[in-house]
Design a protein around this ligand. Structure first.
Ligand code: PHE
Length: 402
């Protein structure tokens, strides 16, 4: 990884990373924004009419969703390098100030406040987890600074207000996709559900799935809840086993899902698990191993897709990081590129002008599909279905929005 994680010397709840390294990397170290603590001079840079343009990022670089933040950051930085190599925006280089929110909702709000009030960023990229985007998005909206979430799929995120955008599809669609796949392709009549009651994403996607699945004639055998970070799922899994479903829909994040898969198999619950984009991490199979094999989930892209945008991105990312980019890396890259495109079109970098330019985004050629920002500041895009096969997410199908 190109980034460094360093705890700030002062007693601070969140951690910032990579700022000094990025300045060097981007070849714009001559200005006043070098170093992690921008202080007086550097803090002005984002809003001033000359010098580097400062963009904020908040993400989970550590904690049980650490790969979400790390992959997204890699994708964002690839987009930043490219825009700067091509001359920047109106001749100004882009710099990114990033904070680690550790996957905690409270830290997300604090990080966004700091990006805006102290660092004076002109726009914000983040978060991945919907609950954290909701917390951060409220702050961004309050200050009138545009925020683009690469990957938060809960509808509430962009409902916050006219400054909050996303470049991904939303969960009513994702729930429909998995319901349709379960019903029509896998031909399951009865599915159980196990969701994280502490995450807006998981609760919402659970409801969306159930709505679509029952409308398609499917039956929900059992509905069980857990809280992210739980270690023992045996009570819920025992209830589910007794209800004899053909599969279990688990719309959670990868660490919990891996643990749930392991414990399900131990309890003799052998049916496939089904899930959503929250499964997207190389850690899923590291944790779940054999227990997660033959399970299916929906996602924003597959590195195996034949589209030119995908091939080009995968090659560039692999050359740089030595690993296949996951969906988060692709979405981070798309969010960064889309934001820079809007910045180029905006008459100024004020919150108003930038939000207007973002709203005007049409047919933007993303790695994760063609992106048009709709009236609700969301993107309508296809979803892919992946199967965990031989320890890897394997492309199964693309489902187009209706
Ligand atoms: N969609 C998830 C959420 O809103 C986040 C996520 C996106 C996770 C893509 C993995 C991949 O919480």
């Amino acid at each position: 990884m190109a980034t460094r994680v360093a705890t700030s010397a002062t007693r601070r709840v969140f951690v910032q990373w990579g700022a000094a390294a990025l300045v060097g990397l981007l070849g714009c170290g001559g200005g006043g924004t070098g170093g992690g603590e921008a202080g007086g001079g550097g803090a002005e840079a984002g809003g001033a009419a000359t010098g580097p343009i400062l963009v904020g990022e908040f993400g989970s670089m550590t904690g049980s969703e650490a790969t979400f933040g790390q992959s997204t950051h890699n994708g964002i930085m690839l987009a930043v390098e490219e825009v700067n190599a091509a001359g920047g925006i109106g001749g100004r280089m882009v710099e990114v100030k990033s904070y680690d929110d550790q996957g905690k909702t409270e830290e997300a709000g604090t990080a966004v406040t700091r990006l805006i009030t102290q660092d004076k960023v002109v726009a914000i990229l983040g978060e991945v987890a919907s609950s954290l985007s909701i917390a951060g998005g409220r702050v961004a909206q309050q200050y009138g600074v545009p925020m683009v979430s690469p990957s938060s799929t809960n509808p509430q995120v962009t409902q916050i207000g006219d400054k909050v955008f996303r470049v991904c599809f939303i969960d009513p669609y994702q729930g429909y996709v998995m319901a349709k796949f379960s019903r029509e392709n896998l031909k399951y009549d009865t599915v159980a559900v196990l969701y994280d009651q502490g995450q807006a994403y998981s609760k919402g996607l659970k409801d969306d799935f159930i709505k679509s699945y029952t409308a398609m004639g499917g039956k929900i055998a059992s509905e069980q809840a857990y809280t992210g970070g739980d270690q023992d799922f045996s009570a819920q899994l025992t209830n589910i086993r007794a209800a004899r479903p053909q599969a279990v829909f688990v719309p959670g994040y990868y660490t919990d899902v891996g643990n749930i898969a392991l414990q399900a198999r131990k309890l003799g619950l052998e049916v496939p698990l089904l899930g959503g984009d929250g499964w997207d991490s190389s850690k899923l199979t590291e944790i779940g191993g054999q227990a997660i094999e033959g399970s299916y989930y929906s996602n924003h892209y597959s590195h195996e897709e034949e589209r030119a945008e995908v091939k080009e991105f995968v090659a560039k990312y692999q050359a740089k990081h030595g690993q296949v980019p996951d969906g988060l890396a692709a979405l981070g890259y798309d969010a960064g590129r889309l934001l820079f495109d809007a910045m180029k079109r905006a008459p100024s970098l004020s919150g108003e002008d930038l939000a207007k330019a973002l709203s005007g985004t049409r047919d933007f050629p993303g790695v994760t599909g063609t992106i048009s920002i709709d009236a609700d500041r969301n993107a309508r895009k296809p979803a892919v279905i992946l199967e965990v096969k031989g320890g890897k997410p394997t492309y199964v199908a693309t489902i187009q929005p209706t």
